[in-house]
Design a protein around this ligand. Structure first.
Ligand code: MRU
Length: 351
């Protein structure tokens, strides 16, 4: 997608260096960061310089390719691969795409006949993963656009756009595709506390695509639904269990409950790489708990133009910060993947 008129992917690799859009600086600054080693890439995932399931997956795939490129020839090669894979897996626990990508790149390297072949295979597999992710986003857009009638008012939560993917996105892709089909679409973007991915990233993306939207407080979605001002909800996902339960950004479950109470269709968009056949139900999905400081402070730009973090809570008080929640399958009208629109009990399996 375009930023400042230039086509970008969210993350890519150049000569062994992982490059990505620095998402912590958006929307106030657009910058590219270079990550020369797999440890730098892992740290960028852990600290959310890159975030969003699809982008995390692609970054982890490239990080695993860096591990294989960095590994010593000879005796220590296999051990380095195993330790590097573990470093990447330990960054964030919920997004399935991360584990999917590490598994695929590691398997490609191990299946190659020599160290040189393993290095080439790892880079090729990481590139293939990134291409598949971008193509899946575009396909999700095509299939999902049929769910968005002309004049629709759509609610979305967090950021599941091209910044959360390699390109296109998941939940925002149908909105982009519908708008490009000439449909008028209005988006309500939840601010998505505590890190405000909706207010900072989704709004930046929609502004860049010229899509009419309004940022709302997370607690306002029910108000607009009850007044009949929201026609459908579409969100992304970090992991989908085998029974169709969906993990996504904290607050998604409440939107699903509000939607059910007000007869508003609730859709989930995600590639098959997000589906985890080994998780029988949502109760088996590991939920990340992040630093309480993300709740006690908020980041922004002063009128003087200074980007800073300020404390909003009294000194000395506690906070809890689960980063994701689970929406039971019964609240999900359908899941949009790169293969089409599916009922939650008829989901395709990942590759
Ligand atoms: O903590 P984040 O910003 O990585 O959470 C992102 C989300 O919850 C997105 O909705 C999800 O990853 C889907 S985007 C492909």
């Amino acid at each position: 997608m375009k930023a400042n008129g230039v086509d970008y992917r969210t993350v890519w690799m150049q000569g062994g260096v992982v490059r990505m859009i620095h998402q912590q600086l958006l929307p106030h600054e657009f910058a590219i960061i270079d990550l020369p080693t797999h440890r730098d890439t892992a740290e960028a995932i852990r600290t959310m310089v890159v975030r969003g399931a699809g982008a995390i997956g692609a970054a982890a795939g490239y990080g695993m390719a860096q591990v294989v490129l960095e590994a010593p020839d000879g005796a220590g090669f296999e051990e380095y691969l195993a330790r590097g894979a573990e470093t990447l897996r330990r960054t964030r626990p919920t997004a399935q795409d991360l584990f999917y990508a590490v598994r695929r790149v590691l398997a490609a390297a191990r299946a190659a006949g020599s160290v040189d072949a393993a290095r080439r295979a790892a880079v090729a597999e990481a590139e293939a993963l990134a291409d598949e992710n971008a193509a899946a986003g575009e396909a999700i857009g095509r299939h999902g656009a049929d769910l968005i009638p002309d004049g629709a008012r759509v609610l979305t939560h967090c950021n599941a756009g091209w910044l959360a993917f390699v390109d296109w996105g998941s939940a925002l892709a149908p909105i982009y595709a519908a708008a490009r089909q000439g449909k008028r679409v209005f988006v309500y973007a939840d601010e998505t506390r505590p890190r405000c991915q909706g207010a900072m990233l989704t709004s930046w993306e929609l502004q860049g695509e010229g899509i009419d939207h309004a940022i709302i407080a997370d607690n306002a979605a029910g108000f607009f639904m009850r007044r009949g001002e929201i026609d459908l909800v579409i969100v992304g996902s970090d992991r989908i269990a085998a029974n169709g339960d969906v993990a996504n950004k904290i607050g998604t479950y409440e939107k699903a409950l509000c939607a059910a109470a007000n007869g508003v269709p609730f859709y989930v968009a995600a590639p098959t790489s997000t589906i985890d056949p080994d998780c029988a139900s949502g109760d088996d999905i590991p939920i990340e708990e992040r630093s309480p400081d993300e709740v006690l402070y908020i980041s922004g730009k002063t009128d003087a133009g200074q980007v800073c973090r300020v404390r909003i809570a009294p000194e000395g008080v506690q906070a809890r910060n689960p980063a994701f929640d689970v929406t039971p399958a019964q609240y999900v009208r359908a899941v949009v993947t790169e293969h089409g629109v599916h009922a939650t009990d008829a989901l395709p399996r990942p590759r």
